[in-house]
Design a protein around this ligand. Structure first.
Ligand code: AP5
Ligand code: MG
Length: 190
């Protein structure tokens, strides 16, 4: 299964993916984690990405696409993967579709985690990641609304979108996530 998790910063994408990897036994690809690893390693990609991440902006599509394409071509992704934080722009989504289509593969389903802003802010304040500073966090939310939210319509048109309520305990939300995955499986006759 190839499943995408979409949601604003702090929606619980990483939290739910940690549970889903156990359930589906496919690798978890978080572009945010990949970028933070590149920043820690001090690579050229990492240095370029940090300039954007530190301002709450999306890093350029070209940088992300190079990184994700390499990762998706790895052997462990042959039978599926969980995409967390990618795609985040329309060009990223279109490139992903093209890349999979060339390999006779496709996205099986997209899960939107919907969480109101005041709860996102509460979660961010309780955590201490470098980009959880309130001013940067507002910019991350604005980037989501302007550049990523339009993808919901893109996947709804393909009948691949499952929007779920991201409020509640992580375990309660995971039950909803598993139900969405079951629906994706049924619609693929698995
Ligand atoms: P990324 O790392 O993807 O960050 P994000 O989207 O801002 O989301 P977070 O990781 O903060 O939140 P999450 O939804 O994973 O929630 P989590 O489970 O951690 O991206 C970082 C940056 O990298 C971007 O700003 C951009 O610059 C760049 N980037 C990444 N991908 C890119 C791309 N494709 N294109 C361009 N640029 C890209 O939960 C959040 C907190 O809430 C945690 O503390 C958690 O414990 C807590 N929590 C989780 N669930 C619950 C719950 N149910 N109740 C209470 N607390 C909860
Ligand atoms: Mg995350």
């Amino acid at each position: 299964m190839r499943i995408i998790l979409i949601g604003p910063p702090g929606a619980g994408k990483g939290t739910q993916c940690q549970r889903l990897v156990e359930h589906l036994r496919v690798p978890h690809l978080s572009t945010g984690e990949m970028l933070r690893a590149a920043v820690r390693a001090g690579s050229a990609e990492g240095r370029q990405a940090a300039e954007y991440m530190d301002r709450g902006q999306l890093v350029p599509d070209s940088l992300i696409l190079g990184m994700v394409t390499r990762r998706l071509e790895a052997e462990d992704c042959r039978d599926g993967c969980l995409l967390d934080g990618f795609p985040r722009t329309l060009p990223q989504a279109e490139t992903l579709d093209d890349l999979l289509e060339r390999r006779a593969m496709s996205v099986d389903g997209v899960i939107e985690l919907a969480v109101p802003r005041d709860e996102l802010v509460r979660r961010m304040l309780a955590r201490k990641r470098a980009d959880d500073d309130p001013a940067i966090f507002s910019k991350r939310i604005a980037s989501f609304e302007a550049q990523t939210a339009p993808l919901l319509e893109y996947y709804a048109r393909q009948s691949k979108l499952a929007s779920i309520d991201g409020l509640g305990t992580a375990d309660e939300i995971f039950e909803r996530v598993k139900q969405a995955v079951q629906r994706f499986k049924r619609s693929h006759g698995r």
